[in-house]
Design a protein around this ligand. Structure first.
Ligand code: KG4
Ligand code: ZN
Length: 337
């Protein structure tokens, strides 16, 4: 079955053609980075306007790269939640129109589940495993039992991990996207230059939760309090110490969750999974198999949408024109039965 996938939940306008949920025939991503860079963050109104302009050529490009006419596609898949509502509506409306015109079925795909599915496009992975999703919008540790069945074990109680990278980078003018800039800059810095505090969460309730607002405040407003004066207060040192704190928190919760569940495989996804320090930290863990998708499948893309869409379609799922976009997934911990 050949599935055309479309992703427009944030600032990447993407389309991909995937066969049988595994074989990527094309994977086109039009980034809007340059339009958001002046604001050091994604501006929702700009994002949806750009999606309107680029979606037709992006979908056309994906079909062309796959060497297929639109009529050769068996079904369509599109992100319908969660994300920026205006951006989501552009992709969803486009796919509804195309499905109607081609007289093909379509299915709405959850972006969180799609990130967790992305590694399956490259690796043979058996369920269950421990999934980590860390991106600009999400931070989630889950027991993944199937392509549409996860048990959320931990999440952030405030900012997403990638969001913290972006906010720190914005404040110190380190570059955009923040995670990429900090990752690069941190290589020249000493993480010992600052000893940033760890979040004090109520450990009993949700032992696998993380929090980033306190760390962000420490890095942005209380730098001197955590400074080791043996080191210069340089941007590279700030980047290295912040990155270490942000990633170590995540790794700590992840390893706790691995011990708690007894799961020996960790599968990472989302933009922060591109982080080189995170990759290094997890790779050095004994007795754990750690799987990272390639960079192109870590960040937002439509191959993961087409891949997961195939699994849903193969299980008999179809959506109708009444399907609406949803900005949020309500009740995250229980939302994925
Ligand atoms: O998955 P993604 O492309 O979009 C969302 O669904 O959010 O993730 C983007 C996020 C941004 O916050 C970006 O700063 C972060 O991923 N990111 C990184 C790295 N590359 C991207 N964070 C840390 N280290 C990186 N190398
Ligand atoms: Zn994403």
């Amino acid at each position: 079955m050949i599935v055309l996938g479309v992703e427009s939940s944030c600032d990447e306008c993407a389309a991909a053609v995937v066969e049988d949920g595994r074989r990527i025939l094309s994977n086109v991503v039009a980034t809007q980075e340059e339009f958001h860079r002046p604001y050091y963050g994604v501006v929702p109104e700009i994002a949806s306007r750009r999606h309107i302009e680029t979606i037709a050529p992006v979908v056309g490009g994906a079909l062309q790269e796959a060497g297929l006419a639109a009529a050769a596609v068996d079904a369509l898949a599109v992100t319908y939640r969660p994300g920026l509502i205006g951006s989501l509506l552009v992709g969803l409306s486009f796919v509804k129109g195309l499905a109607l015109a081609l007289d093909k079925p379509f299915v709405g795909v959850d972006h969180v589940l799609a990130h967790l599915y992305a590694p399956h496009l490259e690796y043979e992975i058996d369920y269950p495993y421990l999934g980590l999703l860390a991106s600009g919008g999400h931070t989630l540790i889950a027991r993944v039992e199937g392509f549409d069945r996860i048990q959320v074990l931990g999440t952030t109680i405030d900012d997403a991990c990638g969001e913290a990278f972006d906010k720190v980078a914005k404040f110190y003018d380190l570059g955009f996207p923040g995670g990429v800039a900090i990752d690069r800059l941190a290589r020249e810095g000493s993480p010992e230059a600052f000893r940033f505090p760890w979040p004090s969460l109520h450990k009993g309730d949700h032992p696998f939760d993380v929090s980033y607002s306190g760390l962000k405040t420490a890095v942005v407003n209380q730098l001197d309090q955590f400074w080791n004066p043996k080191y210069p207060k340089s941007p590279a040192n700030i980047a290295a110490a912040f990155q270490k704190a942000a990633v170590d928190i995540l790794v700590d919760r992840l390893l706790k969750a691995a011990r708690h569940t007894g799961l020996g495989t960790i599968v990472a996804g989302g933009g922060v999974a591109a982080n080189s320090y995170l990759r290094r930290r997890l790779a050095e863990q004994p007795n754990l198999r750690v799987i990272f998708p390639s960079l192109k499948l870590c960040t937002d893309n439509a191959a993961m949408i087409a891949g997961l869409g195939y699994q849903m379609l193969a299980a008999g799922r179809r959506d109708g024109l009444e399907l609406n976009a949803e900005a949020r997934v309500a009740g995250l911990r229980r939302a994925y039965p």
